[in-house]
Design a protein around this ligand. Structure first.
Ligand code: G3P
Ligand code: MG
Length: 253
């Protein structure tokens, strides 16, 4: 067993940047979460056609913007003009898709922590892991070096994206995300040099947390919206909780 290095992140992360009460994966959502006391945010990051990292959950645009079709087919110049807020409610009309650069400025200015979920379009795993890791190094490097910030935690369901991130910037902390305990997933996380696994919350048992901790891996759970379940997971020694319920839970740490 490897002793786990110190874990710098708050316990609670707002899912999709506090994206239930404001449009997910926007600066408006993070501002709302921050105003309610949240200090750490999970967000989904992918690439435009011209390789610019920006926040969007789906491969396609129609659910959360005023456009349709594959996000990967548009350059950032086109994506940056879309409305990513009006679908949620009139007060958010005109809210833009955020670039990772824009989110970094907000997070760094406010001392927030970030969990960047690498969300590659199918076939774009390697480029996504590589270019996001390079961007994170460029955007956070100086502040981390000066001990003014902590690195974002890079997580992904796609081992290939994590491998590419590791190759590009091995110093960045990584986590394998899983929604099922597929064969060898723990071994793969270890082989990718991950410091954590992020698990769908119902997969987590006392035995599994024990095993991962003994292996030196931190354990995060998503998406934890039930207070009873949150309490159980905290009792079991969970290291991070990703939640939509930004007005129900008040992060105390
Ligand atoms: O990172 C945890 C969680 O965000 C994974 O699911 O679909 O909300 O990105 P999803
Ligand atoms: Mg996510």
């Amino acid at each position: 067993a490897t002793p786990a290095p110190p874990w710098p992140y708050p316990l609670w992360f707002a899912h999709r940047g506090a994206g239930r009460h404001a449009p997910e994966n926007t600066l408006a959502a993070m501002r709302l979460g921050a105003s309610l006391g949240w200090r750490a945010f999970e967000c989904d990051v992918r690439l435009s056609a011209d390789g610019l990292p920006f926040l969007l959950h789906d491969d396609t645009l129609e659910r959360t913007t005023d456009a349709a079709g594959a996000a990967l087919e548009l350059d950032w110049a086109e994506l940056s003009l879309l409305d990513a807020g009006g679908w949620h409610g009139r007060i958010f009309a005109g809210e833009p898709l955020p670039s990772l650069d824009g989110i970094a400025a907000f997070v760094l200015r406010n001392g927030h922590a970030l969990n960047i979920e690498l969300k590659p379009a199918p076939g774009d795993e390697e480029r996504t892991g590589r270019l996001i890791a390079q961007a994170v190094r460029r955007l956070w490097g100086e502040a981390v070096h000066d001990e003014q910030a902590i690195w974002p935690l890079l997580s992904s369901f796609q081992p290939q994206a994590l491998a590419a991130a590791r190759e590009a910037a091995p110093e960045l902390p990584r986590a394998l995300l899983v929604d099922t305990l597929w064969p060898d997933c723990i071994d793969i996380a270890e082989r990718l040099g991950c410091s954590a696994m992020v698990l769908e919350q119902s997969l987590i048992t006392p035995a599994l947390i024990g095993r991962l901790h003994r292996d030196g891996l931190r354990v995060l759970a998503y998406t934890v919206n039930d207070p009873g379940r949150a309490g159980e997971l905290i009792e079991l020694g969970i290291d991070g909780l990703i939640s939509d319920e930004v007005d129900r839970f008040v992060p105390a740490d």
